[in-house]
Design a protein around this ligand. Structure first.
Ligand code: VGL
Ligand code: ZN
Length: 203
């Protein structure tokens, strides 16, 4: 059964020194590279925002990063400016074996809507096209790794189970932002959705 590895947002801005740094986000890179060899298909996602993206606190007057606002599609956390299209922060981590990727899915490029999940934007209905790609390739089992566990990895994993994929999360190859208990909530949400947790080898 074809099995895809989906590597979520291993980009400079989510690594130490980046605009939205995830603690120890860079620790997972070599383990992810090693895991690529075990998969038929490797897909990378890339957070890819225009400079005026509506998820940036800087676009909302007095709002601060990590405040939550209501957008037409629901609640939205506001972030520091990050992963701006073409910037060094939007590049993949230097150590990531990008050449191994079959497909790179960019997301979050529409100014008015954020996109955490690799499958749907934050209105939960606009597809990215990844589901069609996987179906066309006959892929039904996915392993997810990357950044951040409690946002983009979480939304991708839950959407994948809803779409009928068998989903395994390699928790050791993910790192979290963890805002106000968001990691515990994400883990509970993934467990409830039927995501398989694999601690895997330590890397
Ligand atoms: C992410 C916040 C904003 C992520 C992306 O990759 O988890 N989090 N944009
Ligand atoms: Zn983003």
């Amino acid at each position: 059964m074809p099995h895809a590895l989906i590597v979520i947002d291993v980009q400079n801005d989510f690594c130490p020194g980046g605009a939205l740094a995830v603690t120890n986000g860079d620790e997972i890179v070599s383990g992810i590279n090693a895991l690529m060899a075990d998969h038929d298909t490797v897909i990378l996602t890339q957070d890819w925002h225009p400079a005026d993206h509506s998820s940036f606190a800087s676009r909302h007057g007095k709002k601060r990063p990590y405040d939550v606002i209501n957008m037409p599609y629901g609640a939205q956390v506001l972030w520091p400016d990050h992963c701006i299209q073409g910037s060094a922060g939007a590049d993949f981590h230097d150590g990531l074996a990008v050449d191994r990727a079959d497909l790179i899915v960019r997301k979050g490029f529409r100014p008015a809507i954020d996109s955490y999940s690799a499958f749907f934007e934050n209105d939960r209905t606009t597809p990215t096209g990844l589901n069609g790609y996987l179906r066309d390739r006959g892929i039904s089992a996915l392993t997810l790794v990357g950044l951040a566990t409690d946002f983009c990895v979480y939304f991708s994993a839950v959407d994948a189970t809803k779409l009928g994929y068998s989903v395994t999360l390699r928790r050791d190859l993910c790192r979290a932002i963890d805002l106000d208990g968001s990691l515990a909530a994400a883990e509970e949400g993934m467990r409830a959705a039927g995501v398989n947790f694999a601690s895997g080898r330590t890397v």
